[in-house]
Ligand binder design. Structure first.
Ligand code: IPM
Ligand code: MN
Length: 373
């Protein structure tokens, strides 16, 4: 299979984690006889520095002409602490989501037995946690009219949703809930006791639910959902929610798996699909080779799955599990005995290439471990 992928490394740790997933994709291509070619494009603070524009037209063009997009991270502290900045890195990502009409962001939440000790929750609450957050991505308060008065004393952000915007992601979420591997349950997370937009979400989902009689639907206010994700995360299967609630509860849910650095995501819509880890640019770690590349590598696995390369995706996941089970982990997971970002990328690509049989245990690779810091 021949596929064209646009790679947007972005800011902070984006380049170093994305390089690991490209390494792994190359190992997959070689082993299974595929051809992946890559076009590297700019977006974010790095694009502002080089071109003055957080999302140059060439980047949009390349994404539109690709089979998939692999994206790293976005953001830089010099903009975070300057609320008056007119151009911001994040505008690049928001515009790209809009340009590619990526209206749904899928964030799978699962746990790993070998990492359960890292979660502040008890192991018995974590076993079997497996849900997917369907976050609406191109509407709501993120994209409504933004205003600040001349005196700079009053500001507003409009939150707008149309029936059509809710319907398209709701259908996607219901279809997913029906898949054989899912538990046929959908929870709509909203704030329908206060917000008009949430009441529209509820109405639309109630209407659509009739078309999916085999899916059980629950409705949950977002404040309660934030609590339930910690108290009883096993109750969730498919979680459907609007843009900002989805942003917030997905960071919260990442705590269940042990590290934000592990979490992948896929953004899907009408055109090219984009894959990205859910973590940010983590500027404190940039260039140190210590960031966790698994969020990006697992986003690569989602990319393979999307290209219907099921066996290939499964091998990447097997390799990731193998590293975790043998404690080949980065500093976020084990601050004392940790491996470098690039080493984890190598181990996973070597495993994928068949250079490391599953029987090889930690002791044999001890040499590659970091000895500094
Ligand atoms: C995410 C990020 C983005 C968002 C930022 C960087 C604009 O937090 O993908 O979750 O809020 O959507
Ligand atoms: Mn976020």
């Amino acid at each position: 299979m021949k596929k064209h992928i646009t790679v947007i490394e972005g800011d902070g740790i984006g380049p170093e984690v994305t390089r690991q997933s490209v390494k792994v994709l190359n190992a997959i291509a070689e082993r299974f006889g595929h051809e992946f070619d890559y076009t590297y494009c700019l977006m974010g603070a790095v694009a502002i520095d080089k071109t003055g524009n957080p999302l140059p037209d060439e980047t949009i063009e390349s994404c539109l002409n690709s089979d998939a997009v692999l994206f790293g991270a976005i953001g830089h502290p010099k903009y975070d602490n300057d609320p008056t900045a007119k151009v911001r890195p994040e505008q690049g990502l928001l515009k790209l989501r809009k340009s590619l009409q990526l209206y749904a962001n899928l964030r799978p939440i699962s746990t790993y037995a070998s990492l359960q000790h890292l979660s502040p929750l008890k192991a018995k609450q974590l076993e079997g946690v497996d849900f997917i957050i369907f976050r609406e991505l191109t509407g709501g308060i993120y994209f409504g009219k933004k205003e600040i008065n001349a005196e700079g004393t009053q500001a507003s952000d409009d939150c707008i949703y149309t029936r059509e915007e809710i319907e398209r992601i709701a259908h996607l979420a219901f279809h997913f809930a029906q898949k054989p591997e899912r538990r046929k349950k959908l929870t709509l997370v909203d704030k329908a006791n206060v917000l008009e937009t949430s009441r529209l979400w509820r109405k639309v989902v109630q209407d659509i639910a009739k078309e999916y009689p085999d899916v059980t639907v629950e409705y949950m206010f977002v404040d309660n959902a934030a609590m339930q994700i910690i108290l009883n995360p096993k109750q969730f299967d498919i979680v459907l929610t609007e843009n900002m609630f989805g942003d917030i509860i997905s960071d919260e849910a990442s705590v269940l798996s042990g590290s934000l650095g592990l979490m992948p995501s896929a953004s899907v819509g009408k055109g090219t699909v984009l894959f990205e880890p859910i973590h940010g640019s983590y500027p404190q770690a940039a260039g140190k080779d210590i960031a966790n590349p698994l969020g990006s590598i697992l986003s690569g696995a989602m990319l393979l799955e999307y290209l219907s390369l099921t066996q290939e995706a499964a091998l990447v996941r097997e390799a990731v599990n193998w590293t975790l089970e043998n404690s080949f982990v980065t500093k976020d997971i084990d601050p004392v005995n940790f491996y470098f970002t690039s080493t984890i990328g190598e181990l996973i690509s070597d495993y994928v290439s068949g250079k490391i049989p599953a029987s090889v245990k930690k002791e044999n690779i001890e040499l590659r471990k970091s000895t500094i810091i």
